[in-house]
Design a protein around this ligand. Sequence first.
Ligand SMILES: [Zn+2]
Length: 60
Amino acid sequence: MSPARHWRSYGTDPLPTPAEALAEPFSAFPSWFLRVECDRCGKQRMVNECHVKLAGADAA
Ligand SMILES: [Zn+2]
């Protein structure tokens, strides 16, 4: 049972607020990229929702 998917990357639905987004699993954002920026050194990483899902499947 996968969590509900909303806020797709296409369409005109209103986007979530940061607080709403943080309360949801990453899988609620199909095909989105998450940009993670380190507060200390400013290093950035791009994480795709698909990659996270595959990584989770490998671990199971
Ligand atoms: Zn850093």
